[in-house]
Ligand binder design. Sequence first.
Ligand code: SF4
Length: 416
Amino acid sequence: MNQGEADAARRLLASMGHEVVSGPVDDGPEPTDAVLIFTCDVISSTERRMWKRMREVESEGKRLFVAGCLAVVDGERVLSEFPDACILDTMGIPAVESAVQGHFSACTEDRPGLISAPMKRLDHVVNISTGCLGSCTYCITRHARGALISNRPERVMSMVQSGVDMGRKEVLLTCQDTAAYGADLGLEGVDLGSLLRDITSNTLGTHMVRVGMMNPSSLLKHESSILDGFKGGDIFKFFHIPVQSGSDHILKAMGRGHDAGTYMGLIDRVRGAYPWAVLSTDIIVGFPGESEEDHRRNIELVRELRPEILNLTRFSTRPGTPAASMEGQVHGNVSKERSRELTRAHREVLASVLNKRLGLHRGCLVSEAGKREGTMMARDRNYLPIVIPSDDVALGETVDIITDRAGPTYLIGKVA
Ligand code: SF4
């Protein structure tokens, strides 16, 4: 979502005549004049990297523009350390546009040969909303982004179509909780399911859509419409549904609004509708009060759930959140060891999960260059990553692939 807002700012700045050089590079024809940072402070290690980068920019004598969640949550501290910095409120695409237009005037200077970095990927981030309906006790994002503000369906449709018109093949619908989409619009029948049906029936041009993170409690409220929306041939059967813990009393302390049994039932129904769906889930390790028994429950859940993707985050206190002052804070070494055990447990199940998927995969999108020379990464209709030799395929092509072996987190194959 933050990257989607940065993308929107990049396109706007370029259309105003500014030369946008992505990333902290300074080997362009001219040194950069200003740096606009879209900050994130979801966990403490990330926040530390943001401050380090801001200090670097300031020491290089460049103009510092600070956007993203840290600018909203801790803007005063930013200005006290960097008095010449500019704070931008970029919470949502409309805010990005007014902030960029407000802080950057159109460049009148004639700039021959605007340089744009060659496209390595074909993805196009579409922010469908900002804010959420949740009250998770560990979360600082809701303090930054506040209540749910959904972009109207026609606005989302035009953002999707403009990406496809630019030749992007992989549309990433994103926000804090895609399953809450539309709950604030007061429009009868408008939710994530109806939005997906609209995209499937109205978007012109080859494309595939990946739906971002869905909170179980929101998905449960619109389950049949959302699962129906995934039927579209252009929608990856990829479900990112964070569970965060396998322990009911930890889920309660987190304020997640559901227990582990409800979550497992929901996943059974998702897999009932889409037997080959790829499941991605998240667990927060070391939440305050997490006992050895709770940790056991997390391991049992991973073994039972057998997710294709498991994102582990070690709990870190975020300023101003209820969890920051909760009793029973878990020592860093304990959560580090528990995180290792969960990774091992997941790797054990993942090998057999991936081996069950070997065979023919129809209609795979070649979406990016592979990490190893001479390879490409493709995504099958369930968004499963497949590594293939690059010699007879091009970026953006749709191909059939036969896979015959599994890597640690992906499959390996050849074009059929
Ligand atoms: S749903 Fe929970 S974790 Fe997600 S942004 Fe909202 S409060 Fe944070």
